[in-house]
Ligand binder design. Structure first.
Ligand code: FAD
Length: 297
C-alpha cells in the first residue's frame, strides 16, 4: 500500500488507475492494447506485466507455463509478543529448523508483534486454489514435540490457513517486442530466502534504466532484451537457492545436519552476493552510487 501511495503521489490522479482487471492483450507493430474486465481498453508503447504469480500477461510472452509445486506449504500469522511467554528473544529474525519443516519469524510493529511463516513438507497439493482454510491445530500438530515457543506461536492465530508454495521454472523468454514481465510474473520463487519482492524491485530498477536509455519509442526491443539479459542469471540463481534453502533446513537428523549448521554459521557472508547487490551498477556507464538494494523485504 505504501508503494501504491508513493506511485500515486508521483504520478498524480491521471497516472494511476486502480481497481481494473486486465483480461486481454493485443500487440501490434504500432503499440499494445490492453483490455479490462469493465470493458475499457488502453494503448501503450510498452506494457510491463507486473501482475504476479498468476500473471494474465505471461502466456502472451512465454506460453502456457504453470507454477511448480515445491512440496511445501506455509502457515502464516501475526501474534502478539505477550502471547508467547516461552519465546526466548522476540527481537531478531529467527529460523527454527528440523526434519521436514521449519519456522521463520521476525518482529514488526515496534517489536510488539511477531510475523511468522511456518513451512511444512507435504507429499502433494491437490486443491485448485493455492490457499485453503484449515484448523489452527493442523499447524500445531505439524510441530508437535518442538520447543514450546513454536507451539505457542503457530497455535496463537485466530484463523487457520495454509498456502501452497510454488515457483516457476525459468521462462523461455521474458519479453516480446512491446510486452515485458517483471517480478513473480517472470520468476516466481519460494520464499525461503525472503527475496521475491526484493528481486521484483531490482527488476524495476534495471528495467527503468534500460527503458531510459532506449533510443526511440518505436524500437524498444533492444532495451527489453538488455533488461532480460541483466536479470535472468541472477533471478534463476536466487530461485534455485530459495528451493535449496528449504532442502537444507528440512534435513533429517544425522551427520549432514552438523555440516549444514556449520554452513549456516557463515550465512551472512555467503549471502552477500544477494544482499549487497547494486542493481544500477550492472548498467554500463552508470554510477554504482545510485542505489544499493539490500536485504529482506
Ligand atoms: C508466504 C510468503 C512469504 C514471502 N515473504 C517474502 C519476504 O520476506 N521477502 C520478499 O522479498 N518476498 C517475500 N515473498 C514474495 C513476495 O510476496 C512476492 O515475490 C512479491 O509480492 C512479488 O511482487 P509482484 O509485484 O511481482 O507481484 P504481486 O505482489 O503479486 O503483485 C501483483 C499485482 O498485480 C495485480 N494483478 C494481478 N492480476 C491482475 C490483472 N489481471 N489485472 C490487473 N492487476 C492484476 C494484483 O492485484 C497485485 O496487486 C513471500 C511470498 C510468500 C507466498
Amino acid at each position: 500500500m505504501a508503494l501504491l501511495q508513493a506511485l500515486a503521489h508521483r504520478l498524480g490522479g491521471e497516472g494511476l488507475n486502480l481497481g481494473r482487471r486486465c483480461v486481454g492483450v493485443e500487440e501490434r507493430a504500432s503499440g499494445v492494447e490492453l483490455q479490462f474486465a469493465d470493458g475499457a481498453s488502453a494503448t501503450a508503447d510498452v506494457v510491463v506485466g507486473a501482475d504476479g504469480v498468476h500473471s494474465v500477461l505471461r502466456p502472451h510472452v512465454a506460453g502456457d507455463v504453470r507454477g511448480r509445486f515445491s512440496g511445501t506449504v506455509g502457515y502464516r500469522g501475526l501474534v502478539a509478543v505477550e502471547d508467547m511467554p516461552s519465546l526466548p528473544d522476540p527481537t531478531p529474525l529467527q529460523f527454527w529448523a528440523g526434519p521436514g519443516r521449519h519456522l521463520l519469524h521476525y518482529a514488526i510493529d515496534g517489536g510488539r508483534t511477531i510475523n511468522f511463516l511456518a513451512v511444512v513438507r507435504v507429499p502433494e497439493w491437490s486443491n485448485e486454489a493455492w490457499m485453503e482454510e484449515c484448523a489452527v491445530s493442523d499447524a500445531v500438530d505439524a510441530f508437535a514435540g518442538w520447543h514450546p515457543a513454536v507451539s505457542e506461536m503457530v497455535g496463537a492465530t485466530d484463523v487457520g490457513a495454509r498456502w501452497a508454495l510454488h515457483d516457476l521454472k525459468p521462462l523461455g523468454r521474458w519479453h516480446t517486442e512491446r510486452v515485458v514481465l517483471t517480478g513473480d510474473a517472470a520468476h516466481t520463487m519460494v520464499p525461503h530466502q525472503g527475496q521475491g519482492a526484493n528481486q521484483t524491485i531490482e527488476d524495476a530498477i534495471v528495467l527503468a534504466d534500460c527503458l531510459a536509455d532506449a533510443h526511440a519509442a518505436d524500437d524498444l526491443t533492444p532495451a527489453l532484451r538488455s533488461y532480460e539479459q541483466r536479470r535472468r542469471k541472477r533471478t534463476v540463481a536466487v530461485q534455485w537457492l530459495s528451493r535449496r534453502t528449504a532442502d537444507l533446513m528440512h534435513l533429517p537428523d544425522g551427520p549432514e545436519v552438523a555440516r549444514r549448521d556449520a554452513q549456516f554459521a557463515e550465512l551472512y557472508s555467503d549471502l552477500a552476493w544477494i544482499h549487497s547487490h547494486d542493481a544500477h551498477a550492472q548498467q554500463p556507464g552508470r554510477s554504482a552510487a545510485a542505489g544499493v538494494v539490500h536485504g529482506r523485504a
